[in-house]
Design a protein around this ligand. Structure first.
Ligand SMILES: NC(=O)c1ccc[n+]([C@@H]2O[C@H](COP(=O)([O-])OP(=O)(O)OC[C@H]3O[C@@H](n4cnc5c(N)ncnc54)[C@H](OP(=O)(O)O)[C@@H]3O)[C@@H](O)[C@H]2O)c1
Length: 127
């Protein structure tokens, strides 16, 4: 199961993370669905760029996290087919808090600039 969610709280009028270290939406979903092989992915990009992410100044990477190596390899294959440079495996599903913080960075940057066509890449990453 691919978890694309971010635990956003809009109650103040400005999106904020409702969960943070050591909690996360990804970890919570894995606890709700203990038999599912949950992989956190796609949460750091807007929906219109999940497939064929195109950026004028480079190729973007997607961060993923999950407990099951086979499921993560399948998601990495999907990401490759969708046009992502690479899937960067951050570890087990408990690392979802990192991916959700990256999403919050994406959102805050977008809100402050009213700019919605950005993405992340990890320069110098191991192949
Ligand atoms: N949109 C993006 O570009 C994007 C990108 C990356 C990640 N995400 C994440 O993906 C998730 C969904 O985003 P979205 O843009 O698709 O949001 P959305 O358009 O607001 O859709 C949210 C969906 O969740 C349902 N829902 C809300 N509260 C619920 C509850 N208590 N029980 C059951 N269903 C409930 C809503 O049902 P009703 O319609 O019946 O209210 C709706 O179908 C969010 O966590 C978001 O942060 C979104």
């Amino acid at each position: 199961m691919i978890d694309v969610t971010n635990p956003l709280d809009f109650s103040t009028g400005k999106p904020q993370l409702a969960l943070g270290f050591p909690n996360s939406a990804g970890q919570t979903i894995q606890q709700w669905l203990p038999d599912a092989r949950v992989v956190k992915a796609f949460n750091i990009i807007t929906s219109t760029r999940m497939v064929n992410p195109q950026f004028a100044d480079g190729q973007a990477d997607m961060f993923i996290a999950g407990n099951d190596a086979t499921a993560k390899a399948q998601v990495a294959d999907i990401l490759k087919a969708f046009g992502w440079r690479s899937a960067i495996d951050m570890g087990d599903i408990s690392k979802s808090y990192l991916l959700e913080a990256i999403a919050m960075t994406w959102i805050d940057y977008g809100v402050s600039r009213n700019h919605w066509s950005h993405g992340f890449s990890l320069l110098g990453a191991q192949p």
